[in-house]
Design a binder for this molecule. Structure first.
Ligand code: BGC
Length: 867
């Protein structure tokens, strides 16, 4: 008997639905089981609140983001929900799902019960880093505790403690937002941390993004959102007799100093345990008459900005063991973790009191020494001073991108320097991993592994360009290129939703800043193609992977404004040629010190993208049922295409820049007059690539579309050759050079092992990894057709020297799996299609015959097929 069940019930895009911001959260469920051709005919939702459960039935095939069926939840209200789905006609029904509890956060200023953002009476540092502050409050609870919640945020980053225990496991909380527009608070279940009787709550706050140094312009800017650190908390305790509220208002004290002397995102921490106020957050700690403690003062409280998070928090996601200890040519001790990662070290060490251990973190070595030059002004250095006691230390308010750590002054006589003493802790936004890929070629597997690692390192509350130097900013262009790859590897819907909302709120006259959250020194919003186009493209890509029309709706006005008023134009509707452009950034032929100096004109690139993004806004309008808009943008596309051809193409269809990027863009964006012209152009592209020995010739504008454009014109084999190329510039060059992440430059490391002389040389940038999208779609054979994977394409195109590939994707409906191999008998394909979806399957050499199949397991073969 075929089976079907519900494997997961979710609310909006929350991994953990505690403290959510939606009063009527939409509900989704994934299926598990092998029922064939199963479609949903209806569903029941049971919602259990305080009283009797309510039961609702719907005749609907929707199982993703269905409306909340009942009265909206109020603040801090929870409901337990289970779902049952009914098969269409005679198809089997699922049993009831597990019951999942959803709970809301705080919806209004009143709900914060007079909690304020509190700062300290200590004078704040203006032109220097801020020393972290401890806030402390003691209180008592007389009755039994039924349940307790802590709602908390900070001006800076916080770690909260109740009765000496750490609250939750978020790190670098509340993450980074465009704080003038949205400021995240987190909700924790702290029931088990409290006790009847005396209690204490402590909050440790570091400067973080809010008040720390950011950017590289003139050494960076401090205090972008404010110069005073602060904490805001509301603790609500439910007892049999009612509610007790403890808020950040009266009766708190703040530390004058502390053991964490400095804690900066770029520069690391200096920690001296001898200055610890031991037991400071425990209920019996005596702070009265202690001059270390000051009163607090009220800062302006961001009630209007406070929001529950859309995406997951940053967490410690894994640990990496020490691989090797090296001695450098100058005699330095260097730890090698074997993987370029992002996070920090955890130390367990004892030694003479006052020993000052220094840890310098770098991504690579330069002539055997730690390479600090690519960090520019970020020192990535921690200093840990030892006290009398054995010390367990890990960072609180900083992070670093590193594989190597130079260790100075390790007390080797007391503590061996080994894998028990040091471990690397990897931190990033705690996204659900949903996509996997593996094939017969170990080098491609390594590349894919590196791409995932660069995603981990740069999905740090916002999508950053890099995790190591004095930058780490939310560059829009980078995420534009990488988002389809990201959306396959992890469930990014909530992550993008939050970031896109910030992007939208930072648009000025339609123009988004180049980095979101916006940071001084990256200029006022200046209209720039590709980077600015992220307002359209990232929203569309999120819609494509999630199927969430609300996200599209939230972004539609901003996308329209970008097209209608943001882009400065010529009379013909194309980009103003004087506009600032980054263009085909990091074209491999651009000089190391001038990455914008590409072989394809940046105006040409901008105009090609303009046609594409205008078309996407038309598609958005169509999805949202805005017919007039759809027609308007479709007409614009027709006019812009004509203008593009007029400006940049000869009457025979040759383009002004017969380069890789110059041809990829009009091919992928359908800018040629007709099919013949396009096919001719694709052959010219093929020739250019062949003449270039299958080396990559594209920068940011072309790289993420190169393979897709070739495959669109049946030239996948050409792209396989590029992908398998190991000479520089190519993807596998990096792998051959022992990369463990993807690099900013094709040749961040030169062939002789020395560093690229460009001052902008990161070893952890994800744009180059945008090739994962092609790997998933063409080697793996998987791509969504309908937004949210209700229908999808299965069309692996074997090539190169690959003999098999296995690809899986946990779609909103359940798991999709494709495995193919080529052997003496021919081509074999195994496929799993989840319930309530259908797949369009195309087999190699049989492209005319597209089979549409429903859920279930399938096997296909093409006898006699060989590579
Ligand atoms: C960043 C890039 C970014 C570029 C644009 C660089 O410094 O690291 O990835 O897109 O600037 O100017």
């Amino acid at each position: 008997m075929a089976e079907i069940s519900i494997s997961q019930v979710a609310f909006e895009h929350h991994r953990e639905p505690l403290g959510i911001g939606e009063a009527k959260p939409r509900i989704s469920w994934r299926f598990h089981g092998d029922a064939s051709n199963w479609t949903q005919g209806g569903y029941s939702v049971e919602v259990q609140r305080d009283s009797e459960p309510e039961l609702f039935h719907f005749n609907s095939s929707n199982s993703v983001l269905v409306p909340w069926p009942t009265v909206a939840l109020s603040s801090s209200e929870s409901a337990t929900v289970r779902v049952r789905a009914y098969g269409q006609g005679d198809l089997p029904d699922t049993p009831w799902s597990d019951a999942v509890t959803v709970e809301t956060g705080l919806f209004s200023k009143e709900d914060w019960s007079r909690a304020i953002m509190m700062g300290t009476e200590k004078k704040t540092e203006k032109n220097a880093t801020h020393q972290p502050i401890h806030f402390l409050h003691q209180f008592s609870t007389n009755s039994t505790i039924e349940k307790a919640r802590l709602y908390i945020t900070a001006y800076g980053l916080y770690e909260a403690y109740i009765n000496g225990n750490r609250v939750g496991n978020n790190v670098l909380a509340p993450g980074w937002q465009s704080y003038n527009h949205s400021h995240v608070y987190n909700t924790y279940d702290v029931t088990d941390l409290l006790q009847t009787g005396n209690n204490a709550i402590g909050i440790h706050v570091g400067e973080g993004w809010y008040a720390g140094r950011l950017g590289f312009f003139q050494g960076g800017t401090r205090n972008i959102w404010g110069d005073a650190l602060g904490a805001m908390a509301l603790l609500v305790i439910w007892t049999p007799t009612g509610k007790q509220v403890v808020n950040s208002y009266w009766g708190w004290v703040a530390s004058r100093s502390g053991p964490l002397i400095t804690a900066e995102l770029y520069n690391g921490e200096v920690y001296d345990p001898r200055l610890e106020q031991t037991g400071w957050s425990s209920p019996d700690y005596r702070w009265r008459n202690d001059t270390n403690w000051l009163g607090n003062r009220e800062l302006s409280t961001p009630y209007d900005q406070l929001v529950a998070p859309d995406g997951p928090p940053i967490r410690r996601v894994q640990e990496v063991q020490l691989q090797e200890i090296l001695t450098s040519p100058t005699g330095k001790t260097i730890l090698d973790f074997g993987q370029n990662l992002v996070g920090w070290l955890r130390l367990k060490v004892k030694g003479p009191s006052g020993t000052r251990i220094k840890l310098v973190h770098t991504e690579v070595l330069d002539h055997g020494e730690v390479a600090t030059r690519p960090l520019r002004t970020a020192t990535q250095t921690d200093e840990i001073i030892l006290g009398e006691e054995p010390q367990t230390w890990e960072a609180a308010f900083t992070y670093k991108g590193f594989r190597y750590v130079q260790v100075e002054n390790w007390p080797i006589e007391d503590t061996p320097l080994d894998e028990d003493a040091v471990v690397a802790v990897v931190v990033h936004s705690d996204l659900e991993e949903i996509g996997t890929f593996e094939c017969s070629n170990p080098l491609i597997n390594k590349l894919h592994h590196n791409i995932r690692w660069s995603m981990k390192g740069n999905f740090m509350s916002v999508p950053t360009d890099c995790p190591q130097r004095d930058e780490r900013l939310g560059w829009t262009g980078d995420s534009h290129a990488f988002s389809p790859s990201a959306n396959f590897l992890y469930d990014t819907s909530g992550f993008w939703r939050g970031w896109l909302r910030d992007l939208r709120s930072e648009q000025v006259k339609g123009v988004p800043p180049l980095v979101v959250p916006s940071v001084p020194g990256t200029g006022p919003p200046v209209a720039t193609a590709i980077w600015g186009d992220a307002v359209v493209v990232n929203a569309w890509n999120t819609y494509l992977s999630s199927g969430d029309l609300d996200i599209l709706r939230e972004q539609y006005v901003g996308a329209k404004e970008w097209i209608d008023t943001g882009i400065p134009r010529n009379e013909d509707g194309l980009w103003d040629r004087n506009a600032f452009q980054l263009g085909d950034w990091l074209d491999p032929l651009s000089p190391p010190d001038d990455p914008g100096q590409a072989t394809t004109s940046s105006s040409y690139v901008a105009d090609a993208y303009l046609v594409y993004v205008t078309g996407l806004v038309g598609k958005m309008a169509s999805e949202l049922g805005l017919e007039d808009d759809r027609l308007h943008y479709e007409e614009s596309v027709t006019n812009l295409k004509a203008a593009f051809r007029e400006a940049w193409m000869s009457p025979e269809g040759r383009v002004a820049y017969e380069t890789q990027t110059g041809l990829v863009l009009p091919l992928y964006f359908d800018l040629f007059k007709d099919g013949d012209e396009a096919v001719n152009a694709s052959r010219r592209l093929q020739k250019i690539i062949e003449d270039n020995d299958y080396l990559v010739g594209t920068g940011f504008a072309g790289t993420h579309l190169l393979g897709l454009a070739l495959s669109k014109y049946s030239l996948s084999e050409t792209f396989y050759k590029m992908l398998l190329q190991t000479k520089v510039p190519s993807w596998l060059y990096q792998v051959k050079m022992n990369a463990t992440t993807t690099w900013e430059r094709w040749d961040s490391l030169l062939e002789d092992g020395s560093l690229n002389p460009g001052e902008m040389t990161s070893f952890n940038h994800y744009a180059v990894g945008s090739v994962a999208n092609w790997i998933h779609q063409v080697i793996g054979g998987l791509a969504p057709v309908d937004p949210g994977w209700k229908t999808f394409k299965v069309q692996p195109i074997p090539g190169g020297n690959l003999t098999w590939a296995k690809t899986s994707y946990l779609s909103p409906y359940g798991k999709i799996y494709v495995e193919w191999s080529v052997d003496d008998t021919g081509f074999n394909l195994d496929l799993e299609v989840p319930p309530n979806t259908s797949a369009f399957v195309t087999l190699p050499r049989d492209t005319k015959n597209i089979r549409r199949v429903g859920s279930g397991k399938y096997h296909y073969s093409v006898a006699g097929f060989h590579l």
